[in-house]
Design a protein around this ligand. Structure first.
Ligand code: ARG
Length: 456
């Protein structure tokens, strides 16, 4: 092979991070070969000893990675043969790099997705802690809720923060189910069609903590659904982080002034000394484009491939590694940013006490008096228009009006609006306290599932 082709085809520079997974899978394979009487017990223990040394060498940085040996798998196997002689040469019995790489990548993905989910759970904890500090019950911090980014109705700050926690809980749920679907061992599929030797794929599957072994060898070596699902889950998680980030960019502007970032989690400007920028939030927004790109890139790579293994599949790794690395960083940075930020209660509440936001409550007050909602909507609409035209406060106009009067006007007082959001799942203190418990329960369930996965 020419030097150029070597550089073009080699993957070791990026796939060496699969080394632990590769060694784990090789040890399981050797044990199965020995159990099945395909290699001797002596060969098995020579392989195990050699792999233990390789593990140490890679960990302490003395392992010599060679581009000429193409990928992580051939590098490790070549070193094993140096250390264990013929026993090393027997390891690849009944196995191909096609099932080997698929196995190692599944092990790696299972572990890394678990770690990603752990960081999502940490961010959820941060959001819930901020929500707790803002309060859930009567007298808690409230803010304007928006539709079309226009002030709409007051909501509790905790309710807003928790909305993000719920979307992140769906992300953990999706990650857990993707891990379960991908938790199938392809080892024993060989190059594409299995082996004539009495290998037992179910033994290696069990040894590596997989739910089961593959059923169809062609499918086993060509399936990268687990990578596509991982990339989709990260892409959607990234979209959630992007939306969260966008809000923090807005909230920390002079114009909103709802929140202030800690110096450790904001950046300055090289030219403007007064600047304090929400770069973490902006990058959470920016990196979501990259996650979507990694997903569409892989899907495009996969779409034209005939069964079974094709070298194109080597292109599965870099987008996966990139998305996993970047989303882990994004999650931790956002957790730090939010946990150290402070909210400006006065700014938020002042904005939420905008009298026009009580308009719906006035209409619902009329509904309770028996007036059809559409009609009530029109009456309040007139009042609002009058207020805008004359500059008079909605409260004063309601008080003076025959249709409304004193009791209706009381609904416009500061802080009253949010307490009127009483229906289940609503933004006020009454459903807020219920939600707090539901959130706790959902987090407990997710944490439990996560701990089970971490133990694999
Ligand atoms: N480095 C390859 C990959 O990542 C391993 C499998 C190579 N198999 C082969 N027959 N060339 O996909």
């Amino acid at each position: 092979m020419s030097e150029l082709v070597q550089r073009y085809t080699a993957s070791v520079l990026f796939d060496k991070r699969l080394w632990q997974a590769d060694i784990t899978a090789s040890l399981a394979h050797a044990e199965m070969l020995s159990h099945q009487g395909i290699i001797s017990k002596e060969d098995h223990s020579a392989i195990a000893q050699g792999m233990a040394q390789i593990w140490t060498e890679i960990e302490n940085g003395s392992f010599e990675w060679k581009l000429a040996l193409e990928d992580v798998h051939l590098n490790i196997e070549a070193r094993l043969t140096q250390l264990a002689g013929d026993a090393g040469k027997r390891l690849h019995t009944g196995r191909s790099r096609n099932d080997q790489v698929a196995t190692a990548l599944r092990l790696w993905t299972r572990r890394e997705l678990t770690l990603v989910a752990g960081r999502v759970l940490d961010l959820i904890d941060v959001l819930v802690a901020s929500a707790d500090a803002a309060g859930w019950g009567k007298g808690s911090i409230y803010m304007p809720g928006y539709t079309h980014l226009q002030r709409a109705q007051p909501v509790q700050l905790s309710h807003h923060l928790a909305a993000h926690a719920w979307s992140l809980l769906r992300d953990t749920d999706r990650i857990f189910s993707a891990i379960d679907r991908g938790n199938i061992s392809p080892l024993g599929a060989g190059a594409l069609a299995g082996s004539s030797l009495p290998i037992d794929p179910s033994l290696t599957a069990k040894e590596m903590g997989f739910r089961a072994a593959f059923v169809n060898s062609l499918d086993a070596v060509s399936d990268r659904d687990f990578v596509a699902e991982a990339l989709f889950n990260i892409a959607l998680l990234g979209v959630h982080l992007s939306r969260l980030g966008e809000e923090w960019v807005l909230w920390t502007t002079e114009e909103f002034g709802f929140a202030k970032l800690d110096d450790a989690y904001s950046t300055g400007s090289s030219m403007l000394p007064q600047k304090k920028n929400a770069d973490i939030a902006e990058l959470a927004r920016g990196k979501s484009g990259r996650f979507i790109g990694n997903l569409t890139g892989l899907l495009t790579t996969l779409k034209g491939l005939p069964l079974a293994y094709n070298r194109d599949l080597q292109e599965d790794k870099e987008p996966l590694f990139d998305s996993v690395n970047q989303v882990k960083l994004a999650l931790s940075a956002l957790s730090g940013m939010i946990s150290t930020a402070t909210f400006n209660k006065d700014r938020m509440q002042l904005a939420a006490d905008d009298q026009l936001m009580a308009a719906t409550d006035l209409a619902e007050w009329m509904v309770r008096k028996g007036i059809p909602f559409r009609q009530a909507h029109a009456h309040v609409g007139e009042l609002v228009q009058q207020s805008i035209k004359t500059g008079k406060l909605l409260h004063d106009l309601a008080l003076a009006s025959e249709l409304f009067g004193k009791f209706a006007a009381e609904l416009i007082a500061p802080g009253v609006g949010v307490s009127m959001r009483t229906s289940p799942g609503g933004a006020g203190p009454v459903p807020g306290e219920v939600q707090r418990q539901q959130l706790e329960l959902a987090i407990e369930v997710a944490r439990g599932e996560w701990e089970d996965l971490l133990a694999i």
